[in-house]
Design a protein around this ligand. Structure first.
Ligand code: C2E
Ligand code: MG
Ligand code: MG
Ligand code: MG
Length: 286
């Protein structure tokens, strides 16, 4: 409406909208350009094996090289992206970039799975699965090296639709993880019947598990559930060696967190991963 009715409408908006709504509008317009102007980039955070610390994969996390504000984390723009629908375009861009990167690493001897976050709006769009299959084909990434992270709430919004949507991808070998597990309000019985491969334990539980028995109980329960269902587990937000020791004792499969590395640009991740794997080989052959 504002555009059609000209300058007065804009003036009206500036006066009547609260500051944050106006800022949101500016942000959305900038974000719309960000994709076209190639301002988005993907960082990678290692996931390490709990038992020996060797890098076993990564999570792709989007960043925005904002022309004046510098490097922005998703916390600054994901909500705006979701509300404006731009998340679909951004999500597709991240999926393609991460698959290209992982395929490139694999073709240079670094065969590691990459996990990509997919938001509800992107996932629920008809043609999502076909689009991912097309990206896999075009980038040459083996489907088993792609893991898709859905939050618990995305996964539980319409469970039958989720199953239908992920089946063609699972058939090719793509893995599925439930992100931020434990923070949603899902029915456990439903959730445990869904075809997922990995539970990612939300960092809020990991952070407080050493001082809060309730958090510790949640972590233990998720790990027990995963064991019973023969699923892998990733503990998110591992920052201290105490947390790592507790999680190892409880039998989590993988750990991800600042204790090992923050999300870093692709080339940094690559050197870190190559060093980690070289260490493992030299330890194994020593
Ligand atoms: P997430 O998928 O749960 O990703 C984990 C977040 O925790 C990342 O934040 C990561 O940097 C942060 N993190 C990892 N280890 C630690 C730690 O030890 N301590 C602390 N305090 N934080 C840690 P980031 O990169 O800011 O991303 C935030 C969220 O934005 C993600 O949460 C995900 O929900 C969303 N996101 C990121 N990239 C994408 C994307 O490409 N598409 C979509 N739809 N969402 C994305
Ligand atoms: Mg995630
Ligand atoms: Mg998470
Ligand atoms: Mg999160």
């Amino acid at each position: 409406h504002a555009k059609q009715s000209g300058g007065n409408a804009v003036h009206f908006f500036e006066q009547s909208m609260n500051q944050s709504a106006f800022e949101r509008l500016v942000l959305e317009n900038e974000l719309r350009d960000a994709v076209k102007k190639n301002q988005l980039t993907v960082f990678y955070q290692p996931k390490v094996r709990m038992n020996d610390g060797v890098i076993a994969g990564s999570e792709a996390l989007v960043r925005w090289n904002h022309p004046t504000s510098g490097l922005l984390s998703p916390g600054h723009f994901i909500d705006a992206a979701e509300e404006s629908g731009l998340i679909v375009e951004i999500g597709d861009w991240v999926m393609r970039a991460a698959c290209e990167q992982a395929a490139d690493w694999a073709s240079h001897g670094l065969r590691l799975p990459v996990a990509v976050n997919v938001s509800a709006m992107q996932f629920e769009r008809p043609g999502f699965a076909d689009n991912v299959l097309e990206i896999l084909e075009q980038t040459g990434l083996s489907p088993e090296l792609l893991e898709i992270e859905l939050t618990e709430s995305t996964a539980m919004r319409d469970p039958q639709r989720v199953i239908d949507q992920i089946q063609p991808l699972r058939d090719r070998g793509v893995k599925f993880a439930i992100d931020d597990f434990g923070t949603g309000h899902s029915s456990l019985s439903y959730l445990t019947r869904m075809p997922f491969d990995v539970f990612k334990i939300d960092q809020s539980f990991v952070r407080s598990m050493s001082r809060d028995p309730h958090s510790r109980a949640v972590v233990d329960t998720i790990l027990a559930l995963a064991r019973a269902l023969k699923l892998k587990t990733v503990a998110e937000g591992v920052e201290t060696s105490e947390q790592l020791a507790a999680l190892r004792e409880e039998g989590a499969t993988l750990a991800q967190g600042y204790l090992f590395s923050k999300p870093v640009p692709a080339d940094e991740f690559e050197s870190y991963a190559r060093a980690s794997i070289a260490d493992e080989i030299s330890v194994a052959s020593a």
